[in-house]
Structures are given as C-alpha cells and as structure tokens.
Design a protein around this ligand. Structure first.
Ligand SMILES: NC(=O)c1ccc[n+]([C@@H]2O[C@H](COP(=O)([O-])OP(=O)(O)OC[C@H]3O[C@@H](n4cnc5c(N)ncnc54)[C@H](OP(=O)(O)O)[C@@H]3O)[C@@H](O)[C@H]2O)c1
Length: 296
C-alpha cells in the first residue's frame, strides 16, 4: 500500500469520512514558526491523502493559520476543533461560551461549518451540566457543527460514551495508554473515535527521565514495560499500533515538521503490526498497566 491510498474511514455514523492518519495541529500554533513551513506541511498532508486536521483555541495561532491557508486546498481537509473556553468576555464552561466558541471557531477557521467540535477535556462534573451539552446540540441543529464530540479521559470519557449524546470521542491511545482498547473501542455504538497522542509524545527521544516533559509518564511506562527493541523504528511501531487499532477512525499525529509527518504517513501505510509483535505489547500492558490511567 502506498501513502497515496491512505485509507479513509467512516467517522461513526456522522457521514464524515476521515483519513487513518490525521494532522494534529498543536505545534503549528507556535508564533515563532514561519508560516511557509505550515503551508509546506499542509501540502505534504494533502498530497498524502490526509483529510483530517485537529486543532483547538488553546493551540496558539493554529486555528487562525489554518483559516488563512486551508482555502488553497479546496475543501480537502475536515477540521476538528475544541470548545469550552477562551472566548473573550464570556465565562469558560457555560452554554453561552459554547455558542460563542462555535462562532469564534467558524470565524478563525473561515468555514461555514465545523466538521467535528469537541468539548475540550472538561472534568466529569462539567460534562454532566446540561446547559453545555444543549448549547453544543443547538450548534449541530443549526448546521454550524456537523459532529459533536468529547475529548478526554477516564471517568469523564466513560460518561460521555454512555450518555448517547455524542457523535464521537477523542482520547489518548498509544503503546503506553492502551486501557480504552477494551473499555471504549469495543463499545463505540456508532460513535466515531479519534486517537490522540498516538506516538505517546515519542519518549524514546530521551535517554533519561524527561522530568516535566509532556511525555514523562509515558517514558516511565515505556521503561517499566521493558520490551526489547522492536526491530523497526519506535515511531513506526507506535504509529502502526495506534492507527490500526480496530475502532479508530483516525489517529492525529502532532508535528510542524513536514518530513516527520511524511514519515508517519509512510509508516502507517505499511499496515497493521505483525500479530506477534502486537500481542507482545498488548500482553506487556496487561501485565504492568494496572492503575495506569488515561493521560490527558
Ligand atoms: N486534550 C486533547 O484534546 C488533546 C491532548 C493532546 C493531544 N491532542 C491532539 O493530538 C495531537 C497529537 O498529540 P501530541 O502532538 O501531543 O503527541 P504525539 O503525536 O504522540 O507526539 C508528537 C511528538 O512526536 C514527534 N514526532 C512526530 N513525528 C515524528 C517522526 N516522524 N520522527 C520523530 N519524531 C516525531 C514530534 O516531534 P516534532 O515536533 O519534532 O516532529 C512530537 O514531539 C495534537 O496535535 C492534538 O491534535 C488533543
């Protein structure tokens, strides 16, 4: 299989189809980044057949830059963003903040409809508030949002799944965060699922514990699982593991580096991991992962 025919999968019952590799647009929000590099990244993604980009208001300039650049790609990319905070003058995590957040995202992204709008990792007690859910549903009813979703972990994710009110979910899924393969992916009931942090933020970059780095917990888990060198690059192992799990519509990989992104597309296009290698990592997680909670 070549990168050019990167599989497209249904995002639940939403009618939206997304590529198995999506672009996580966190890093492209860095104000220090030259916008020509973002354009190059989008060109590489478009050429590879990528059709999903995931952003958020908290990712710096990400939404605004995507709004400026995406028009040149003739609607190739479906956009997922996040809601719940960051609208000037409006209290975070309220119904009005969701409604105004939709308008703000439409304006920044320069689109008429958000393809997927996630509540951005609010805790369970916020998720249980009906005003927020109703504002999100109103946005869908008004045609401003196609699919409504929750991005988060653990008890809040379980609540969102069981509520029956979401079209999709997003959560961490990687070699060191496997719990939801059994708890969630097998019970999606028609919801779409996006895997975030699919490389576990590449802890193999560090020879010793990267204290304070986003991947610190994953680095510890990696060392605890203590499996031998997989015989392929760690990034290949991780990307194929996440993207080819049954139930995953798309895995969103975060980078602003076009070469890195191309590499991921090529790795994932090699297909699912060999069964023996996959089982080895699943078994190690079962052995060591008791109490390893989902990482936001
Ligand atoms: N709460 C939420 O909703 C939430 C939370 C976290 C993430 N997300 C979503 O998930 C996306 C991905 O998450 P993430 O960026 O945190 O984690 P990730 O995709 O697991 O890892 C990103 C890291 O992998 C490295 N990398 C990527 N491709 C590589 C390659 N070919 N070779 C070597 N290193 C490579 C990147 O380095 P370089 O930058 O050097 O390429 C970066 O350090 C985010 O962009 C976002 O869309 C959502």
């Amino acid at each position: 299989m070549s990168a050019m025919n990167l599989p497209q999968r249904e995002y639940g019952r939403s009618g939206l189809s997304v590529s198995v590799v999506g672009l996580g647009a966190g890093q492209i929000g860095d104000p220090a980044l030259d916008e020509a590099r973002v354009r190059r990244l989008l060109e590489v993604a478009a050429e590879a057949g990528v059709t999903l980009i995931d952003t958020a208001p908290s990712y710096g300039l990400s939404e605004v830059r995507l709004g400026r650049l995406m028009g040149d790609f003739r609607g190739q990319f479906a956009v997922s963003t996040k809601l719940g905070y960051g609208v000037p003058g409006i209290e975070d995590w309220t119904g009005p903040c969701i409604a105004a957040g939709i308008e703000q995202a439409l304006c920044r992204l320069q689109v008429e409809r958000l393809d997927i709008a996630h509540l951005h990792s609010c805790p369970l007690h916020v998720l249980q508030r009906d005003d927020i859910l109703r504002a999100l549903e109103d946005g869908r009813r008004a045609g401003k949002v196609r699919a409504i979703a929750y991005s988060g972990e653990n008890e809040a994710l379980a609540f969102a799944r069981a509520s029956g009110r979401f079209d999709g979910l997003m959560a961490s899924l990687n070699l060191f965060d496997q719990r939801l393969i059994e708890s969630t992916l097998s019970q999606l009931n028609g919801m779409g699922f996006i895997a975030k942090r699919p490389l576990a933020n590449a802890p193999w970059r560090f020879d010793s514990l990267p204290q304070g780095d986003y991947c610190e917990t994953y680095w510890r888990r990696w060392r605890t699982m203590n499996l031998p060198d997989p015989g392929m690059p760690w990034g290949e192992l991780a990307s194929r593991f996440a993207a080819w799990q049954t139930g995953v519509a798309s895995a969103v990989f975060g980078t602003a580096n076009a070469e890195h992104f191309k590499q991921i597309v090529d790795w994932v296009a090699r297909g699912p991991l060999p069964a023996e290698l996959l089982e080895c990592w699943r078994t190690a997680f079962r052995q060591h992962g008791d109490g390893w909670t989902g990482q936001i």
